[in-house]
Design a binder for this molecule. Structure first.
Ligand SMILES: O=C(O)CCC(=O)C(=O)O
Ligand SMILES: [Fe+2]
Length: 327
């Protein structure tokens, strides 16, 4: 007989009670996060303090963007800096350790990354450049940048709680996030046609690359997460919430204490689905080796240290058509 905990019947909910301004509550939030990430690797964040108005404005901006004529979106085609528009049928997840993926994803998206202005010493190095903007939607940039500003601040504040959850000094992770690598992806999933083999996905089974994914989804449903017993658990939408998960880099950093869990999307709602994942990752130059609190005499480091930027480029070069042509 084993005493493995039963698989959860829904993703755990971590309640921030309005935000992270009171350090007296960080310990309890950290404990809830540690429990979730040791288990299924996913949870909801509720009452984060991120203003609902910014979340609503971002969804509206995404809908305005995706409603543009196809040629206007194509004019902003994703560039070498990984910023811009990705048309349907352009990302096949070849590095998926989860499934043999046979068809491109049934989705289109706009990618925003941390802005690197021309006078910044990082400008021009891999993934460090300007964003692309649709000139006919002036407020789009305003709404995206307001949202990214709020999520960056939330991500940085969260670092203290994540450090506490991992039994580290609260400021242990901040040095790795002096210039966080961030991706905001505005995804549109058209209603997908039924297929006989069930092998069409809005997003095929995969794990995320980085540190944390903080995802806002609409009410369509369709995101499913691999549960601890191997079945697929629906991440049923909760209004105003985030779905948050551990990426491969964080799983590796914790030496496997936390799980980078496979997940997928099938938009079978009959209508359009919109989601906005924000990927909050370390500096490109950060060297990620097993955290001291996650190794011990009976638990040696399982992975050699890696520079985050090198690791990321390898993943991107393999998974995106436009980079395969370039590289
Ligand atoms: O759209 C979603 O709900 C999930 C998207 C996702 O998993 C990703 O972009 O990595
Ligand atoms: Fe994902």
């Amino acid at each position: 007989m084993t005493n493995a905990p039963l698989p959860p019947v829904q993703l755990p909910i971590v309640d921030f009670g309005g935000g992270l301004s009171d350090p007296g509550r960080h310990g309890a939030i950290a404990k809830a996060i540690d429990d979730a990430f040791r288990g299924v690797g996913f949870c909801y964040f509720v009452n984060t303090g991120v203003p609902q108005a910014l979340m609503d404005r971002l969804f509206a901006a995404s809908k305005r963007f995706h409603a543009l004529p196809q040629e206007r979106k194509a004019a902003l085609a994703i560039n070498e800096f990984h910023r811009g528009y990705m048309a349907p049928n352009t990302s096949l997840i070849e590095t998926s350790s989860v499934a043999k993926v046979t068809r491109p994803n049934y989705s289109e998206s706009f990618m925003h990354m941390h802005e690197v202005p021309e006078n910044d010493p990082r400008f021009g190095s891999p993934l460090n450049g300007p964003n692309q903007w649709p000139s006919e939607l002036p407020d789009f940039r305003v709404d995206v940048e307001a949202y990214v500003g709020a999520l960056n601040a939330f991500g940085v504040a969260l670092l203290r709680v994540i450090a506490i959850a991992l039994d580290l000094p609260p400021d242990a992770l901040e040095p790795y996030f002096k210039h966080p690598t961030t991706f905001l992806r505005l995804l549109h999933y058209p209603p997908q046609p039924p297929t006989a083999d069930n092998e069409t996905f809005g997003s095929a089974p995969h794990t995320d690359y980085g540190f944390l994914t903080i995802l806002m989804q609409d009410m369509s449903g369709g995101l499913a997460v691999r549960n601890t017993d191997g079945t697929w658990l629906q991440a049923t939408p909760i209004p105003g919430s985030y779905v948050v998960n551990v990426g491969d880099m964080l799983a590796r950093w914790t030496n496997g204490r936390w799980q980078s869990t496979p997940h997928l999307v099938r938009n079978v709602s009959g209508g359009d689905r919109y989601s906005c994942p924000f990927f909050f990752d370390p500096d490109m130059d950060a060297v990620i080796g097993a955290l001291p609190s996650c190794v011990g005499p009976n638990n040696p480091p399982r992975f050699p240290p890696v520079r985050y930027g090198d690791y990321l480029m390898e993943r991107l070069n393999r998974n995106y058509d436009y980079r395969k042509k370039a590289s």
